[in-house]
Ligand binder design. Structure first.
Ligand SMILES: Cc1cc2nc3c(=O)[nH]c(=O)nc-3n(C[C@H](O)[C@H](O)[C@H](O)COP(=O)(O)O)c2cc1C
Length: 389
C-alpha cells in the first residue's frame, strides 16, 4: 500500500486516479454536480475569500485536533459524508469507508442509497451514523426508524435537501441512471476499465450477487442494474417539519438534519429538538446557484445557539476545514475524495486520505499558532473582499 500511496500527496490526487479507474458513467455520477456548476464554484470561491491571519512565537507542543461531539471523542474534526452507490464504485465501498473511519476514529455516515445492508455495516463499524431520505408517509418513516434503532445506530441523519432530484444533466449525457440500464456501451465501458471490472464489479456479483438499494426503506429495494425496474422514493417532497417532529418523538438517539442553508431553518431544527445540523448544498448536486456553505455558516451558527453545526460541500484541505472551525463549525464532512480513495485503493486508500488531511490540520494549527480547535475563532481570519468576518 505504501508504494501505491506514494504519489498521492493530497486528496485532490485521488480524483485523477479515479477518473482513469472508473467506467465513465460511474466517475460522472461521483464527480458531477448539476446544471451550470455554479454552486460547486461558489463553494471553492468562498474558501478562497477567507484568509488566515496567523500568530507566532507560541509554544505549539502538545497541540491537538481532537474534539467531542455527542459525548464521544473524535480524533479529527472531519468525517465521511454519506454517498450512495459506494459499493458499485469501490469493492464493498460502504464497508471500506466505514472500517477506515472506525480505525481512524472519525465519523462515517452510511447513505440511505447504499448497497450493503445497514445491519452489516454497523457490525463492522459500530461508530458509524445512518443517513435517511424520508418521505412524509408515516409508515415508511416508522419502518426506517425502527430498523435503524434495532441495528443499534446511535445517530440518525435526515437529509432534507432532496425533495426532488437536482437537474443533473451530466448524468443524462453519461447515460447514468439508477438502476443502471444494461447496454452494450455499459459493458464495453466496463471492459475498458479492467481493474474496476475485475477488482470491484465481478467479485461483487460473484460473492454477493447483484447489489440492490438495501437501506432506503424497511425492506430491500430495486437492484442497481436492471432494465425495467423503477425505484420507489415515496413522496419526499411532502416531508415537513411536522414529519421531523414525528421522527424526533420516535427516535431516541442523536438526531441530525442535513441539507440546511438558511439561518431560520437552523433555528427551526433546534426548536424541533435536533441535536445537530449539517449545512450542505449537497456538494452542488441539488439547487444550482445555492449559497456556498461557508458563506451560510456564520448566520447558521448564530441561530443554532448551543446546537452543534456541521458543514460540508467542497472542503478538500486541512486549511479549508480550519476556516470552517474558526467560523463556528464543530466538524466538516467530505464526500467525493474519500470515495475516489476507496475506489482506487480500498480501505487503505481511505485511511491514507484521512491521514493526509489530519497531517494538514496538524501542520496548519502549528503555523496558525493554535493548540486546540476551541482556540480558533474569527480573529484568525480576514475576508479578502473587505466584508466583515
Ligand atoms: C456520489 C455521491 C453520492 C451522494 N449520496 C448522498 C446520499 O445518499 N445522501 C446524502 O445525504 N448526501 C449524498 N451526497 C452528498 C454528500 O453527502 C455531501 O453532501 C457532498 O458530497 C459534500 O460535498 P463534497 O463531495 O464536495 O465533499 C452524495 C454525494 C456524492 C458525491
Amino acid at each position: 500500500m505504501k508504494r501505491k500511496a506514494a504519489g498521492v500527496l493530497s486528496l485532490g490526487d485521488y480524483e485523477a486516479l479515479a477518473r482513469a479507474h472508473l467506467p465513465r458513467p460511474l466517475f460522472g455520477y461521483v464527480a458531477g454536480a448539476c446544471e451550470d456548476n455554479l454552486t460547486v464554484a461558489a463553494n471553492r470561491e468562498a474558501m478562497r475569500r477567507v484568509a488566515f491571519v496567523s500568530r507566532v512565537l507560541r509554544d505549539m507542543a502538545g497541540r491537538t485536533q481532537q474534539l467531542s461531539l455527542f459525548g464521544e471523542n473524535w480524533s479529527s474534526p472531519f468525517g465521511i459524508a454519506p454517498m450512495g452507490l459506494s459499493a458499485l464504485i469501490a469493492m464493498r465501498g460502504d464497508i471500506a469507508l466505514a472500517r477506515a473511519a472506525h480505525a481512524e476514529n472519525v465519523p462515517m455516515l452510511l447513505s440511505a442509497t447504499s448497497l450493503i445492508r445497514l445491519e452489516e455495516v454497523r457490525t463492522v463499524s459500530p461508530s458509524c451514523w445512518f443517513q435517511a431520505y424520508l418521505p412524509a408517509d408515516r409508515d415508511w418513516i416508522d419502518g426506517v426508524v425502527d430498523r435503524v434503532t434495532k441495528a443499534g445506530f446511535g445517530t440518525l441523519v435526515i437529509s432534507v435537501d432532496v425533495p426532488v432530484l437536482g437537474n443533473r444533466e451530466n448524468l443524462i449525457r453519461e447515460r447514468f441512471s439508477t438502476p443502471l440500464k444494461p447496454s452494450l456501451r455499459l459493458a464495453l465501458d466496463g471492459v475498458l476499465h479492467p481493474r474496476w471490472l475485475l477488482g470491484t464489479f465481478a467479485p461483487t456479483l460473484l460473492r454477493h450477487g447483484m447489489p440492490a438499494f438495501e437501506n432506503s426503506s424497511a425492506t430491500r429495494g430495486a437492484p442497481v442494474i436492471a432494465r425495467n425496474v423503477e425505484r420507489s422514493f415515496g413522496q419526499r417532497d411532502r416531508l415537513t417539519w411536522d414529519g421531523i417532529r414525528h421522527i424526533r418523538d420516535r427516535w431516541r438517539g442523536n438526531l441530525v438534519i442535513k441539507g440546511l442553508l438558511h439561518a431560520e431553518d437552523a433555528s427551526l431544527a433546534r426548536s424541533v429538538g435536533a441535536d445537530a445540523i449539517i449545512l450542505s448544498n449537497h456538494g452542488g448536486r441539488q439547487l444550482d446557484g445555492a449559497i456556498a456553505t461557508l458563506d451560510a455558516l456564520p448566520g447558521a451558527v448564530a441561530a443554532a445557539g448551543d446546537m452543534p453545526v456541521l458543514i460540508d460541500s467542497g472542503f478538500r484541505r486541512g486549511s479549508d476545514i480550519l476556516k470552517a472551525i474558526a467560523l463556528g463549525a464543530r466538524m466538516v464532512l467530505i464526500g467525493r475524495p474519500f470515495l475516489y480513495a476507496a475506489a482506487v485503493h480500498g480501505e487503505a486508500g481511505v485511511r491514507h486520505a484521512i491521514g493526509l488531511l489530519r497531517a494538514e490540520i496538524d501542520r496548519n494549527m502549528a503555523l496558525l499558532g493554535t493548540k486546540s480547535l476551541d482556540e480558533l475563532g474569527p480573529d484568525y481570519l480576514h475576508r479578502t473582499d473587505g466584508a466583515a468576518i
